[in-house]
Design a protein around this ligand. Structure first.
Ligand code: G3H
Length: 262
């Protein structure tokens, strides 16, 4: 049995102003009792404009909740209008950053090469990258989903050492399951997450593959987290819509910790 601590990361996407962010963070923090954090790591990923508010709250109240960002620049500083660097995110106390989310790949034309540079930027500044991989529906229907995800994985981790890869979190998010209510079956999710671990083992060795957390994302809710996290190679979830509702997200985290519900 793997000793990987499950991670539930709530990706708020482009939702909530800083006041709403404070309210949601407080509700989550105060409704999930401390004892659960020994069994599950919980993180929220607000928009850039909310991070400072979440930082103030978590620092002030010494919350066990972690937080992070949804994107990172490949550059450290300079004339890159609109970008936010790893230097800045580290200063804000970010623990995590999603990299290569399918929405970034699709709407911002992010290539595997750019994703790889962003993974490196995160690691350089001590922020854990959550490297997202996942196939479109047509790729799955053609039976090429495992190969597709492994290519994104290998390219996203290009030139990293095993020691660096051990610090990365991978999130498998089939694009057809994101925000659609159509969750992958636990068997389908396990198939790809297991294949990711096999790929990691082949490239970086069994020891590295055994410590990397592989999350599933795509319409995760309290009603399906139990079945997903029971899978051998699924170590938590990257949660979108359900992370915007305090009660639902707290319930989901409690279930990932093995319950009981608070
Ligand atoms: O980053 C989160 C994913 O895109 C999943 O979003 P969702 O839970 O709303 O399907």
């Amino acid at each position: 049995m793997a000793s990987r601590l499950p991670l539930i990361a709530g990706n708020w996407k482009m939702n909530l102003n800083h006041l709403e962010a404070i309210s949601l963070t407080q509700k989550i923090a105060f409704s999930l009792p401390e004892k659960y954090y020994a069994k599950v790591e919980v993180a929220v990923l607000p928009p850039f404009t909310d991070i400072r508010s979440v930082q103030t709250l978590t620092d002030g109240d010494k919350l066990l909740l972690k937080y992070g960002a949804q994107d990172i620049s490949a550059f450290d500083s300079g004339a890159y209008t609109g970008e936010v660097s790893g230097v800045m995110l580290a200063k804000l106390g970010c623990s995590y950053v999603t990299v290569g989310h399918s929405e970034r790949r699709e709407y911002h034309n992010e290539s595997d090469e750019l994703v790889n540079r962003k993974v490196k930027a995160a690691l350089k500044h001590g922020i854990t990258p959550i490297l997202c991989v996942g196939e479109q529906l047509d790729v799955r229907e053609a039976g090429n989903h495992v190969a597709h995800c492994n290519t994104q994985l290998v390219e996203g981790l290009k030139d990293l050492t095993g020691e660096q890869v051990a610090k990365v979190v991978v999130a498998y998010e089939p694009v057809w399951a994101i925000g659609t209510g159509r969750v992958a079956s636990s068997t389908d999710a396990q198939e790809v997450c297991a294949a990711i671990r096999v790929q990691l083992a082949e490239k970086y060795g069994e020891e590295v593959a055994a410590v990397v957390r592989v999350l599933y994302g795509g319409s995760v809710k309290s009603g399906n987290i139990g079945e997903l996290i029971a899978q051998k190679d699924i170590d938590g979830a990257l949660v979108g819509g359900a992370s915007l509702q305090a009660d639902e997200f707290t319930k989901l985290c409690a279930l990932a910790a093995g319950g009981p519900l608070p």
